[in-house]
Ligand binder design. Structure first.
Ligand SMILES: Nc1nc2c(ncn2[C@@H]2O[C@H](COP(=O)(O)OP(=O)(O)OP(=O)(O)O)[C@@H](O)[C@H]2O)c(=O)[nH]1
Length: 862
């Protein structure tokens, strides 16, 4: 650098030397070009410093290391400063090198120490695993020896019994062979250890039962390592450590399983119990524990299986049938789908064989008009006096009693307050009566309720016996009763008919024996039989909630024998018979066919007419009851949807075929009831009418609600109210009860309701005409008619008719009504507009559009 011109900056490296050259081109153009020339690098040797190996390298290029070769233009002070900096740098370098060497040495020491530790640990693990293996093998040997001993003993016994049976037919292991086999397995593990060195090989506990896959994996690993095994011997990688660890655990578990298997084998004489495949009844939903129960599996296993399928459920949760079916298949069973209603199938409905049938007492219901002496007659038959204890002389309870005839036959009497219970029982399918006794007072005549009773008996196809009561009275006229009955197609024997008639007096007891005889005769004709040796079934005659005894039901056993302790389902209730009490108030242990009993032990109060069925288990009973509650609820919800007057009207509007308004009328007196019925009959025309389903006198009862529910009719109460239970059931069933005290209000309301059933009248108003002048085709809209409104007004919302030569071609609505470019609501006469029809394209020039509006006018009944 001594030859520098002094303008160039000072640098350590051989900086390029540069100069400018002026180039000349044609037309006088010139260009200055910078030319750089690189100097040859001069290496200046510098004295090497002891202990600083890199010192020589640092001096290369500049010659600063040698103060005698100072570059030109450098002051002494500058030179000194540079040399000092150079020395300091060299010293730092030397220090760093020394530190690195020391660190390297320490790391080497650490590595050696860790290697030793790992090797020691591996040794220890190997020893422990070996000990465990030996212990397990020892136990296994013992178990096998035990099993073999048992097998040998069994074999000996069998040989003793059979005499000829050869030992060779039984592949029983000889006790001596077993330990040998077990020993043979032992060297296999060390061999594996040899084969795969390091942690993978450190699995002396690996059972010889290891699967092929595992063996393959292991050999794969060994092969992979192959070449560097020597180099990496004694090293423990994380994956090796983990796999070694899990391998050991698996081995222990495998050994345990093996031991258990050996033990089970020994106990079962070498045969594992065959897994049983079951048919599992599967309803629409099932609780996990119940599913496990039906499969005879552990609930925990079922929960586990469900978890594997991705369903996190507990054993008390319900799962759907599809999921349950998968689980059932998983466990190797067969699912048998049953619908919810199938729960009822457990009820024994098998027809009795004729040889199992035995005669049973007839069940007799006494019916008749009020005060004709029903209760008195029953009392006289029972020789008790229930009638005298009754408030106001009206029968207030439902009962069933058994009476013995003079010739020793039993007759079961049902005492019902009129016909409601009889009908309600029949409507529930509980046809409990075999014979109806129609009581007609000889001093009176055939009355409305007598006729009702006749109709009920005829509808139920139950034979009748006419008891002409109060024959003791001097004004009694039995012949009139007989002739009256003729009008109602009841021809008694005295009138050469086939209906038995007996003249009786409940007061004096006259003719009672004849009546019982007539019953016996009728029963004989009916050949009443039942099978007492089967699960009982019966009908609820009455049920109540007794303060002391809980829910109590009077049940008439119809078939089978009901016993104390029987589990049953009755309507929506279920229970276990805690006690049976007969009609005399005595506790009995069993009740056969036709025996009325009070049943204690119910879960709740059933309804009259409900059927009682004995089932096998409590679970079944509960399941059926739950199912019935659910279906009843659904039914109520469905029924509740259309029984108010408003709903009925709405429904009628939606369904134009309905033109009848059904109602039930209850009034305080007969006169009012009749007046209301007549007024109702006058409401309506040829399109609608009011239909009185039933009219009666007295409070609104459960029976009325039941009838109203069935016919989806409202109940009209005129100066009467519903009793508490009727109110409750009306609420439950969604039956509307309306109270009135002024007949005109009632008539007006019903008229309004019936008017709602009338179809609304549709009136059409013509509003304008438009003539099509031209037809355009507009993309996205279709054909648009360019029109002139010639008369009235064209309205967007109005109806339109297309007329061609005064013939209606199309009727519909407008898709668009435009005035110039704008969509408008209305265009008046004299203006031009564009119209397009909804879903219609065939418009032509010269066609006329008729525009009209429709109005619905609600009609009312006059
Ligand atoms: N003289 C006479 N009176 C009788 C006879 N049977 C019933 N009575 C009377 O008739 C009235 C009505 O008798 P009940 O047995 O209560 O009549 P019921 O048909 O059961 O009446 P309800 O319970 O209201 O349906 C009572 O006052 C009885 O004493 C009879 O054979 N002769």
């Amino acid at each position: 650098m001594s030859d520098t011109d002094g303008k160039k900056p000072l640098g350590l490296g051989g900086a390029p030397r540069s100069g400018q050259v002026k180039q000349s081109f044609s037309h006088g153009r010139t260009k200055s070009v910078v030319v750089e020339t690189k100097r040859k690098r001069v290496v200046v040797p510098t004295p090497a410093k002891p202990g600083a190996p890199g010192a020589g390298a640092a001096s290369s290029g500049s010659g600063f290391g040698d103060p005698s070769k100072r570059p030109a233009g450098i002051t002494d002070a500058e030179m000194e400063r540079r040399l000092a900096a150079l020395r300091a740098a060299k010293a730092r370098e030397a220090e760093d090198a020394a530190r690195r060497a020391e660190e390297e040495r320490q790391r080497e020491e650490d590595r050696a120490r860790r290697r030793e530790e790992i090797e020691a640990k591996e040794r220890e693990d190997r020893e422990r695993a070996e000990a465990l293996r030996l212990k397990a093998e020892e136990e296994e040997r013992a178990a096998k020896a035990e099993a073999a001993a048992k097998i040998a003993a069994a074999e000996a016994r069998r040989a003793e019994v059979l005499g000829t049976r050869s030992r060779s037919t039984m592949p029983a292991p000889k006790p001596a062979e077993r330990p040998a086999k077990a020993d043979a397995a032992a060297p296999a593990a060390p061999a594996a250890t040899e084969e795969a060195r390091g942690p993978a090989g450190a699995k002396p506990g690996l059972s010889p039962r290891k699967t092929d896959r595992e063996k393959d994996d292991r050999s794969d690993r060994s092969a992979k390592r192959g070449a560097d095994d020597g180099r990496r011997s004694g090293k423990l990688t994380l994956s090796d450590a983990l796999s070694g660890e899990s391998g050991r655990q698996r081995s222990l578990a495998a050994m345990k399983r093996k031991q258990e298997k050996a033990r089970a084998k020994a106990l079962g004489l070498g045969h594992k119990a065959e897994k049983q495949s079951r048919d599992v009844q599967l309803p629409e939903t099932i609780v996990v524990s119940e599913l496990a129960n039906r499969m005879a599996e552990r609930a925990a296993d079922v929960v586990k299986a469900l978890m594997k399928m991705g369903m996190m459920v507990t054993m008390n949760q319900a799962i759907d049938a599809d999921t349950a079916e998968l689980v059932i298949e998983e466990f190797g069973h067969k699912a048998v789908r049953v619908s919810d209603a199938d729960v009822e199938q457990v009820i024994d409905t098998v027809e009795d064989k004729s040889e199992d049938l035995q005669p049973r007492p007839p069940i007799v219901t006494i019916m008749g008009h009020v005060d004709h002496g029903k209760t008195s007659l029953l009392d006289a038959l029972r020789k008790t006096s229930v009638a005298t204890g009754e408030a106001g002389g009206i029968t207030q309870h439902i009962g069933a009693y058994q009476v013995k005839t003079p010739n020793g036959q039993l007759v079961t009497f049902l005492d019902t307050p009129g016909h409601a219970a009889f009908t309600s029982m029949r409507s529930r399918g509980a046809q409990v009566t075999d014979i109806v006794i129609l009581v007609v007072a000889a001093d009176d005549a055939v009355m409305p309720q007598t006729v009702e009773a006749i109709n009920h008996a005829k509808a139920a196809k139950v034979p009748m016996i006419v008891a002409i009561n109060k024959i003791d009275k001097h004004e009694a006229n039995p012949t009139k009763v007989r002739t009256d009955l003729l009008q109602h197609e009841v021809v008694v024997e005295a009138m050469s008919g086939d209906v038995q008639d007996v003249e009786v007096s409940a007061k004096t007891g006259l003719g009672l024996d004849d009546l019982l005889e007539a019953i016996a005769l009728q029963a004989e004709v009916l050949e009443l039989q039942a099978n007492p040796n089967r699960a009982a079934s019966g009908a609820v005659i009455e049920a109540k909630l007794d303060v002391g005894r809980g829910p109590v039901a009077t049940v008439l056993v119809q078939n089978g024998t009901l016993r104390k302790g029987d589990i049953f389902v009755v309507g929506e209730q279920w229970g276990k018979v805690r006690a049976l009490i007969n009609d005399k108030g005595e506790t009995i242990t069993e009740a056969g066919p036709s025996v009325p009993v009070e049943v204690l032990g119910l879960s709740g109060t059933p309804s009259a007419g409900d059927t009682l069925n004995v089932v096998e288990t409590e679970a079944q009973a509960r399941e059926i009851a739950d199912y019935r509650i659910k279906t009843a609820k659904d039914k109520r919800a469905a029924a509740g949807a259309a029984t108010t007057l408003e709903q009925l009207m709405a429904k009628a509007k939606a369904d134009q075929s309905v033109a009848e308004l059904p109602i039930l009328i209850k009034a305080d007196v007969q006169g009012s009831a009749e007046a209301i019925v007549q007024a109702m009959e006058k409401i309506g025309n040829e399109e609608v009418r009011v239909r009185v389903l039933h009219s009666g006198v007295g409070a609104i009862t459960d029976t009325d609600v039941g009838l109203a529910e069935a016919s989806k009719a409202p109940i009209i109460g005129f100066n009467v109210r519903a009793n508490a239970s009727a109110r409750q059931s009306a609420n439950q069933k969604g039956v509307e009860i309306r109270y009135y005290s002024i007949i005109y209000d009632l008539v007006d309301d019903i008229k309004a309701a019936a008017s709602g059933l009338l179809k609304a009248e549709v009136r059409e108003h013509f509003i304008g005409y438009a003539k099509i002048l031209e037809v355009f085709k507009v993309s996205g809209v279709g054909k648009v008619a360019g029109c002139l409104v010639t008369e009235g007004v064209a309205r967007r919302s109005a109806g339109v008719r297309l007329l061609r030569d005064n013939v209606v071609i199309h009727e519909g609505t407008l898709k668009t009504l435009k005035r110039f470019k704008d969509e408008v609501k209305e265009v008046i006469s004299g203006q031009e507009c564009g119209m397009a029809f909804e879903n219609y394209e065939d418009v032509r020039q010269g066609d006329v559009i008729e525009i009209f509006e429709r109005e619905e006018v609600q009609r009312t009944l006059d």
